[in-house]
Design a protein around this ligand. Sequence first.
Ligand code: NOJ
Length: 546
Amino acid sequence: MSRVYLRRARRPCKTTTIYQIYPRSFQDSNGDGIGDLHGILRRLDYLVELGIGTIWLSPIFRSPMADFGYDVSDHTDIEPLFGTLGDFDELLHAVHRRGLKLLLDLVPNHTSDLHPWFLESRSSRHNPKRDWYLWRDPGPNGGPPNNWLSEFGGSAWTFDRRTGQHYGHAFLAQQPDLNWRNAQVRGAVHDVMRFWLARGVDGFRVDAVGHLVKDEQFRDNPVNPEFRQHDPPSKRLLRLYNADLPQVHEMIAGLRSVVDEFPSRLLIGEVYLPFDRLSAYYGSELSGAHFPFNFALLSTAWNARAIAGLVDEYEAALPPGGWPNWVLGNHDKPRIAGRVGIDQARVAAMLLLTLRGTPTLYYGDEIAMPQVAIPAERVQDPFEKNVPGRGHGRDGARTPMQWNATPHAGFSEVEPWLPLADDFHSVNVANQRDDATSIYHLYRRLIATREARLSLQVGAYQPVVAGGDLLLFVRAHPRERTLIALNLGEEAAAVEFRAGRLAGRVLVSALGDRDGEAVDHSIDLRGNEGLLIELSAEADVPASVL
Ligand code: NOJ
């Protein structure tokens, strides 16, 4: 392994590449078919070799696993399936020793229905923790208090016979929503954050943060006139009164103050909103999240104009000083290789690692793991179980990491909790490590190049071409410039520049066979090809040539 890929100086998480691990599916170490902390520990050197700087772990706290960890029953202990607090400390230490950072998943909107807070709250109307959750009398017809819908299908209210009231839940009935208007709730979650920050974690990805505050009068949501048959059922209504309320920003500023009690920690918000509303999550005077995740690439039409349009719109919507970011995959959405195809997955990698702002990479996307079709009898995801057969299931993007071609792909000694992809014999880390033309090596070269170049880390974004299948842009820093040229189609394509305007050298090519090639006056791309080009000082690439 060449030394270039080994460690870099410590620097803030937000300028590193984030790698999301779904702990149940990364590496099993104790033979139960479910990934765990020791498994992650065993694979840390792989992440160093890949070159990422920050690991984000989906929830590892005690949980009955109704929503695979997003239903927390003890915020300050580790789920035994994953290990112990001692294992966590060992992992965190090992992460830091390698110069990496570790983010945890904070789930503040709801708890498990088996969390002691909720058990107390539901025990009586007079319990001191009654107001920690959203309890309401039945509606006038004896049904739910209002028409709010759960993200996972059905009403957002569940009737509790013992005390004759309904409790609210944006997600499963096993995930009752906390009442963020209650100061004790805020204090309790802040203390949970301090517990982990004091242990040394580098920050949090905050789950469902836009849901924290609900309408004080619990008014009905209006019907969504744009609802389409294939949309998730919760989209029948506009989330006017149960998400993205103005007061949510005070709550997020509160989370940020806690994070800022500790030096150099990061707060990322999980929010699915259009850019104009997303930008509010930076908070006034940047007092909110360091950044709200930008999920636009997960659903964009895959063509040059659409993507260039997104970048322009995003750049324009960012508040002054707001740090951008891009996400290519996560545990809730179909995998990129499934969505754009195996060949374009390389182009997508080049895009993710060259746009302005923090890139977040989902485990397995670096080897182009596929979206896996899950047979009905193996379905695990509660969303798919509640709303079957409509394509909302998330299991297909959560299948075990494909390490090698041994019977369970090197993930486990036994049958894993979710089926492996059929292609794991060929698509796996071991094979791709041995193949210099693999997408895995492309990711390594891209991350290393990003690490080495100021223009890619902090340079300005300058659009050049967005037409047909061609997307070209420059990342410019006073000391250097990088031109990124991507072919989003299968056919060869070329761009001609006026004599003397283009001069440079290929730094990274999608297939690894053009690195070092000199570039002048034209850029010729094969189908599905992308190039990163170091521009010479004299190059004069015009902004928006098409
Ligand atoms: C968003 C998480 O990413 C998702 O996996 C989870 O089901 C919901 N929030 C509820 O916590």
